[in-house]
Write a protein that binds this ligand. Structure first.
Ligand SMILES: Cc1cc2nc3c(=O)[nH]c(=O)nc-3n(C[C@H](O)[C@H](O)[C@H](O)COP(=O)(O)O)c2cc1C
Length: 203
């Protein structure tokens, strides 16, 4: 098999593309949404995530000054809104109003709202800002998580595979839709494997 070399770049794919909402700490500050693809999970205990932002983003100062942001997971229905928040700046438009979306109080946050209607959100408290080059990395602890009712079963289990989440791969938004396997399925007994996979495919 032959391969071609590309200039070194951040080709890691697919990645989550999320709507990050924030608000400054000053009275009269307007909540804003920025699309972020350079987002990741960085620790389990305590739960921590990162986002990388260019210094010139309007959201940068909102997050740096409030010390808070909310990572909102995005479903197919909101894919166009996701794109819009990545091509317009809060300096010029009220993105919540333009998209007819509503901010709602986010668990554990003083300033940053969540975006109402999206499948789930993570409330994040900034612990460190690390300059990297083009972007600064915000390392944050997840201090609250909420999931939309319809993604929870009565037994309290979460079915995020039913959310129709969107991912991002080299400039393109894609479905993260079909379940191919589950954690550890490569080692699961054939009957367990069959039963669990059939369960996911029914949904
Ligand atoms: C799919 C996508 C992913 C993006 N990812 C990032 C990112 O990880 N970090 C960043 O600083 N900007 C990213 N951007 C660009 C910002 O979302 C964009 O500049 C936005 O208009 C900034 O909004 P603001 O000025 O209201 O903060 C992305 C844009 C798109 C469309």
């Amino acid at each position: 098999m032959n391969y071609q070399s590309l200039k070194p770049c951040s080709l890691l794919s697919p990645v989550p593309s999320v709507m990050v909402s924030a608000c400054g700490p000053n009275p009269g500050d307007r909540p804003n949404i920025i699309t972020v693809a350079w987002a990741g999970t960085v620790n389990t205990t305590p739960p921590m995530v990162s986002i990388s932002l260019r210094r010139e983003r309007y959201s940068y100062d909102l997050i740096a000054s409030s010390g808070e942001f909310v990572v909102n997971l995005v479903d197919e229905k909101h894919c166009e809104a996701l794109d819009f928040c990545g091509v317009r700046s809060g300096r010029d438009v009220d993105k919540f109003a333009s998209l007819s979306m509503k901010p709602m109080p986010a668990e554990g946050m003083r300033y940053a709202p969540a975006v109402c209607g999206l499948p789930a959100y993570l409330s994040c408290s900034v612990r460190q800002i690390i300059p990297l080059g083009s972007h600064n990395l915000f390392l944050a602890e997840v201090v609250g998580v909420q999931v939309r009712d319809d993604l929870m079963n009565e037994d309290g289990s979460l079915h995020l595979e039913q959310a129709g989440l969107v991912c991002y791969s080299h400039g393109v938004y894609q479905r993260a839709a079909d379940v191919l396997g589950f954690f550890g399925y490569s080692l699961a007994k054939p009957d367990v494997r069959r039963r669990r996979l059939a369960g996911y495919r029914k949904t």
